[in-house]
Design a protein around this ligand. Structure first.
Ligand code: M6R
Length: 602
C-alpha cells in the first residue's frame, strides 16, 4: 500500500529517499513526497502521480551534510490523490509520514480544530503532526510530545516524524503496519519493508506493534508500554534481487513467463520421489489437528478455495475457507484442534494479519504460506512455508498465486501422509502430476500469439462470466479477478452449475463466457452447462483440450492425466488473456488504477 522511507546521516538524502521509494512504488502510486531537514534548512517536495513526477520536481535539489529525512509514496485512503493530501504532512514546523489508518482521526481533528488548528488536507495523517505540535507548544519536550501523540492514536500506523525543534532526530512509532529500522554504523534507515534498504543497511530491526521511540546520533531509543527496552539487530542480506523487466513489456508479463521456473523452485527439496518433505513443519505439527481453516484475501483467497477441495479430497481433513475481512467481524467459533492457515503474497495484508492475531488469541496453531520472509504474517505465525516465487512486482498477482496453490497441494499430500489418510499409490501419482506442472506452465509463442489475436474480440460487451466446476471454480474466480483488475471490464467468476439459478438471465451475444472445460474433471457436466449458455446466444470462449463445436472461440490446452496440471495450464491462458486485453485497452498493466500491491489498511 503506502510506502515509507527515512534516513538520518551525512549522505545525499534526496537520492536515498527516491531510490527507496522507487522500490516501494508498485505498492501505491497516487502521489509521493519527501521532507528533509539539514541544519536549519527545511525542504519539502510533493507530486501527484508516479514517482517520476517527484524526481522531475526535485532534479535541481541536492541535500548537503548531515540531516534527517522522510519520504512516502501514497495509495489514497482518506482524501483524493492530490498534492495537498500527499505526505509528508506539515504542521507549523514539523513533518509526518504515515501508513495505515488512524481510526479516531475525526474526533482528534475536531478537537484540534476547536483549539484553532487549520487542516490543509483531508487525510487522517495530518492529525499526527498537529497533535505533536500542540503538545510541544504546551511545553513538552519533543519526545514527550511525540509519545503523548502516539498514546492518542487508535488504529493502524507506521509513522515517522521530523521537526525543526529536534533537527537531529527522527521519531517513529509502529502499530499494525510494518516498519523496520536499518543500521550501517552511525547511519540509520527506516522503511516499511526491507527492499529499499537492502544494499544500504547492514543490520535490521523489525519493529513490533506498540513500539515507538527516536533516533539521534546513530542511537536508537526504543520504547513500549513498559518503558525503554533493548533490542537485537539481525543481519540484513546484501543481495538486491531487484526485479527488472528483462525485455518484457510489463512485470506482469515477465512474471507469467517465470511461472514454470518458479514452480520448480517451489517444489525443490520438498517434492521427493515417494513423499513430500516440509522441513518448515516440525515433527508432530499435525498431531493435535483435526480441521483446517484458511483465511486470505483476493487472489490468495482463491488459492485457499482451491486448497479446500484438495485437503478434503486428498488428505480427508475438514477444511473451510474465509475471506479475512469477513472473518474478523463474524465472531467465529474456533476450536483448538483447527490449524489456522493464512495465505498472503505480501505477508502484510492488514485483514489477513488481524485474522491471524485473532486466531492466535483463541489459542489456535497457525501456519502461513507466504512469498516474503520476515513479513509481518510470517513473523506472527507458528510456522511458515515460503512460496519461493521471487519478487512479484505486477499488482495483479500471477506467480504468487501459482506457487501458493502448489504449496497448498503439497501440504494436502503432506497432511495425508502424516495422518495416514492417503495411499502410497495416490501419493505417487500426485507427485508424478506435480512434476508435470512446470511444463504445463511454459508459455509458448503460439499460445501467446493466439491470445493476442483473440483479445481484440473481447474489448467491449456487457460483461464476462468465467465459469468452471470443482477446483476450476476458484480458477474462474481468479481469471475474472485478473481481468477486472487490469482491464476495468466487468467480470465474474461463477460455478458453472449455478448459472441456471439466475445469471443465465444475462445471456446474450454480448455476454462473454470464458468456459474452463478440463477433460479430467466433470467434463460432461460443464459441457452441458456451456451448451445451456450457447443456446441463449452467449459468446463462448472455451478453454479445453477437447474441441468444442459450440465455441465461438477455442483455446486448446494439452491433454493431461491430472486436473491440477490442467488447472495450471488454464491459469496461464486466463492470465495472458487478461494481459492482452488490458494492453489493447491501453491500460497500465503493472499499476492498475485504484489498486496497490500490498493492502496494509483494513
Ligand atoms: O498480499 P496478499 O496475497 O495478502 O494480497 C491479497 C490481495 O490483496 C491480492 O491478492 C489482490 O487481490 C491482488 N491484486 C490480486 O491480483
Amino acid at each position: 500500500m503506502c510506502g515509507i522511507v527515512g534516513y538520518i546521516g551525512p549522505k545525499e538524502k534526496k537520492e536515498i529517499l527516491l531510490d527507496g521509494l522507487q522500490e516501494l512504488e508498485y505498492r501505491g502510486y497516487d502521489s509521493a513526497g519527501i521532507a528533509i531537514i539539514e541544519g536549519s534548512n527545511l525542504h519539502q517536495f510533493k507530486a501527484i502521480g508516479k514517482l517520476e513526477n517527484l524526481r522531475e520536481k526535485t532534479k535541481n535539489y541536492h541535500s548537503e551534510g548531515f540531516g534527517i529525512s522522510i519520504g512516502h509514496t501514497r495509495w489514497a485512503t482518506h482524501g483524493k490523490p492530490t498534492e495537498l493530501n500527499a505526505h509528508p504532512h506539515l504542521g507549523q514546523y514539523s513533518y509526518v509520514v504515515h501508513n495505515g489508518i488512524i481510526e479516531n482521526y475525526q474526533a482528534l481533528k475536531e478537537e484540534l480544530q476547536s483549539e484553532g488548528v487549520d487542516f490543509l488536507s483531508q487525510t487522517d495523517t495530518e492529525t499526527i503532526v498537529h497533535l505533536f505540535e500542540k503538545y510541544h507548544n504546551e511545553g513538552m519536550e519533543p519526545f514527550e510530545a511525540f509519545k503523548t501523540t502516539v498514546s492518542r492514536l487508535e488504529g493502524a500506523y507506521a509513522t515517522l516524524l521530523i521537526s525543526e525543534v529536534a533537527p537531529d532526530t527522527i521519531f517513529f512509532a509502529k502499530n499494525g503496519s510494518p516498519m523496520l529500522i536499518g543500521f550501517d554504523g552511525n547511519e540509520v534507515y527506516f522503511a516499511s519493508s526491507d527492499t529499499p534498504i537492502i544494499g544500504k543497511a547492514k543490520e535490521v530491526y523489525y519493529l513490533e506493534d506498540g513500539e515507538y521511540g527516536y533516533v539521534q546520533a546513530g542511537e536508537v531509543h526504543l520504547f513500549d508500554k513498559n518503558g525503554e527496552k533493548s533490542f537485537s539487530k539481525q543481519t540484513l542480506s546484501a543481495d538486491k534481487i531487484s526485479a527488472q523487466k528483462d525485455g518484457y513489456r510489463f512485470f506482469m508479463e515477465k512474471e507469467i513467463y517465470e511461472q514454470s521456473y518458479v514452480m520448480t523452485e517451489t517444489m525443490m527439496g520438498r517434492v521427493l520421489d515417494e513423499h513430500i518433505k516440509l522441513d518448515e513443519l516440525e515433527e508432530g505439527f499435525f498431531d493435535t489437528i483435526n480441521a483446517i481453516k484458511i483465511c486470505a484475501c483476493g487472489t490468495s483467497y482463491h488459492s485457499a478455495l482451491t486448497a479446500a477441495y484438495l485437503f478434503e479430497r486428498l488428505a480427508k481433513i475438514r477444511c473451510d475457507v474465509e475471506i479475512a475481512s469477513e472473518f474478523r467481524y463474524k465472531e467465529p467459533l474456533l476450536t483448538k484442534d483447527t490449524l489456522f492457515i493464512t495465505i498472503s503474497q505480501s505477508g502484510e495484508t492488514a485483514d489477513t494479519l488481524e485474522a491471524l492475531k485473532m486466531a492466535k488469541r483463541a489459542g489456535l496453531k497457525s501456519l502461513s504460506i507466504c512469498n516474503v520472509d520476515n513479513s509481518s504474517i510470517v513473523r506472527e505465525s507458528d510456522a511458515a512455508i515460503l512460496t519461493r516465487a521471487g519478487i512479484e512486482k505486477g499488482v495483479a498477482s500471477t506467480k504468487a498465486f501459482a506457487t501458493q496453490t502448489m504449496v497448498l497441494w503439497m501440504l494436502s499430500l503432506y497432511v495425508g501422509q502424516v495422518k495416514g489418510t492417503i495411499t502410497t499409490e495416490t501419493l505417487r501419482s500426485e507427485i508424478d502430476a506435480m512434476r508435470h506442472t512446470p511444463k504445463a506452465l511454459v508459455v509458448t509463442d503460439t499460445l501467446h500469439a493466439r491470445l493476442h489475436r483473440l483479445s481484440k474480440r473481447y474489448l467491449h460487451g456487457h460483461g464476462f462470466f468465467f465459469i468452471g466446476r470443482d477446483i476450476f471454480f476458484p480458477l474462474a474466480l481468479e481469471g475474472a479477478l485478473k481481468l477486472k483488475e487490469i482491464s476495468y471490464l466487468h467480470a465474474e467468476g461463477y460455478p458453472a452449475g449455478e448459472m441456471k439459478h439466475g445469471p443465465i438471465a444475462l445471456a446474450d451475444s454480448e455476454l462473454f463466457t470464458i468456459a474452463l472445460m478440463p477433460k479430467t474433471l466433470h467434463y460432461e457436466k460443464i459441457k452441458s452447462n456451456v451448451e445451456e449458455l450457447s443456446a441463449r446466444d452467449a459468446t463462448i470462449c472455451a478453454i479445453s483440450p477437447e474441441p468444442f463445436e459450440l465455441a465461438d472461440d477455442f483455446i486448446q490446452t494439452q491433454h493431461s492425466s491430472h486436473p491440477m496440471v490442467e488447472f495450471f495450464e488454464m491459469m496461464v491462458v486466463t492470465q495472458l488473456l487478461a494481459l492482452e486485453i488490458s494492453v489493447r485497452l491501453g491500460n497500465d498493466v503493472d499499476m492498475p488504477r485504484n489498486l496497490a500491491k500490498s493492502v496494509t489498511v483494513e
